[in-house]
Design a protein around this ligand. Structure first.
Ligand code: AMP
Length: 453
């Protein structure tokens, strides 16, 4: 199927061609014609499938055919995190460059004043996280009665983050006869219930088995000990042919400490986690996208849905507590048809999490043995770090071995255990995206209103 066959306007076809897309992805081919016919949609699709364009593209055409100047917002896109909301806004700018539509990005962590000014000028599209939207609504700054088109994106993540009551509340503020599009990687019962309550005769489009992992990603478990994790990781960074990598940790403190440790070893590493204010997160992400750094150490919430081209590797410094997060983490690589490699460092305390991941994804993950594939027959959880091979290709390796600080050199590290964060009790990770983190800086440029020519 071609883009020209799915009913989009010439302006959008131009923008899509300029974005470099040859043909619609399955979720786009399935959803776009129905959205244009004003149907409600349930899209069961993960990030990486092109689902953002499957609602942004038809939304632009629908809005372009509506009234010229918006006094009240005409459409609303709900996203679970600020990063995802920012990315959807970027998509709107990219696809909407030949339209004169305006948007406001309503997210926590940036000044409310700029957002209120944008709302007062009148916007066509609101892209919002539920917390900030409700906050503005309760202050009487938004009227949602003109929103005829609602997108609830990443609904299962909204559920994880406790946003479902907010979403139900928001749905009651919109016109009853609106069009609603709901996207979710999985359809747990509470999401099914939400869809039954707020969607009318929806068409369901499912493009990937829930929680299935991408076939372009080669996955490995790497046995290590809690204390040996940093050394094991550095071994892998040397061994692997890395262009860019994201390293996920379960705790924010681990993110900070690991990024610093890698920097001491002269790796070009940065960090992103929920304790950082929005402008710092955006700046760090920009450095990563531009190639100023090629390793990003990240927490789950900050990294959710990150769409960075060409990430060759994902490392799980800790196995994620929620198996769903595993699928999302490794989905940062192997995007848009590229090949990717994902390594999960496993100490005895990660064993239970790995079990849950394997149950969810329905396959055993191979155990990494220094580049050799090993059948997943061994039990995970022994204390021996793998013997990292000497680097053949350079990869993310620092320029010279002498660059590394003496105190943490390989030989001394093998004699002396590294200082690591004491193992905190296993607990649900803190929700670190919402509410507002109290940062009061100005709204970053690309996050404000106005796009199109
Ligand atoms: P998403 O699932 O929305 O996060 O999109 C994943 C990636 O696929 C993004 O980098 C998009 O720019 C890209 N993409 C979206 N639609 C297409 C398409 N039809 N062909 C190729 N790449 C696409």
């Amino acid at each position: 199927m071609k883009f020209a066959d799915i009913g989009l306007s010439d302006e959008l076809l131009r923008a899509v061609t300029e974005a470099g897309y040859d043909e619609p992805t399955p979720i786009q081919a399935g959803a776009i014609p129905s959205v244009l016919m004003m149907r409600d949609i349930i899209g069961i699709a993960q990030t990486g499938t092109g689902k953002t364009a499957s609602f942004v593209l038809p939304m632009i055409d629908i809005l372009a055919h509506g009234r010229a100047r918006a006094l009240m917002p005409r459409s609303l896109i709900l996203e679970p995190t600020r990063e995802l909301a920012g990315q959807v806004a970027e998509n709107f700018e990219k696809y909407g460059k030949y339209h004169k539509l305006s948007m406001a990005l309503l997210i926590g962590g940036v000044q409310m004043g700029d957002q209120i000014k944008a709302l007062e000028r009148g916007v066509d599209v609101l892209i919002a996280t539920p917390g900030r939207l409700m906050d503005l609504f309760e202050r009487g700054k938004i009227l949602l009665t003109g929103c005829d088109l609602l997108v609830i994106d990443e609904a299962d993540r909204m559920l994880d983050m406790g946003f479902i009551p907010d979403i139900e509340n928001i749905c009651t503020k919109l016109p009853a006869n609106r069009q609603t599009l709901l996207f979710s990687a999985t359809m747990p019962p509470p999401i099914k219930k939400l869809a039954d309550k707020f969607l009318s005769n929806p068409k369901t489009i499912e493009v990937a088995r829930p929680a299935s992992t991408n076939v372009n990603i080669t996955e490995f478990l790497v046995k290590t000990s809690e204390r040996g994790k940093r050394e094991t990781l550095r071994g892998l960074l040397e061994e692997e042919d890395i262009s860019t990598a994201i390293i996920f940790c379960n705790r924010k403190t681990t993110v900070r400490e690991l990024a610093k440790s890698l920097q001491r070893y002269r790796y070009r590493a940065g960090e992103i986690h929920g304790d950082m204010d929005q402008s710092s997160r955006i700046a760090e992400l920009d450095r990563f996208k531009k190639g100023d750094i090629n390793i990003l150490v990240a927490s789950d919430v900050a990294a959710r849905g990150l769409d960075v081209k060409g990430v060759s590797h994902v490392f799980n410094f800790d196995a994620p507590w929620h198996p769903d997060d595993y699928v999302h983490r490794i989905g940062r690589t192997g995007r848009a048809g590229a090949k990717g490699r994902a390594f999960t460092l496993v100490s005895p305390s990660d064993a239970e999490a790995v079990d849950n991941i394997q149950k969810l994804t329905g396959h055993k993950i191979d155990i990494f043995a220094g580049g050799e594939r090993q059948e997943p027959t061994e039990e995970i959880g022994e204390n021996q770090p793998p013997q990292a091979k000497k680097s053949r290709r350079g990869g993310a390796k620092p320029k010279s071995k002498d660059d590394a600080p003496r105190a943490e050199s390989k030989s001394s590290a093998s004699r002396r255990p590294e200082r690591t964060t004491p193992d905190a009790p296993r607990q649900k990770p803190v929700r670190d995206d919402e509410p507002d983190d109290g940062w009061n800086g100005p709204m970053p440029g690309f996050l404000s209103v106005g796009f199109g020519s």
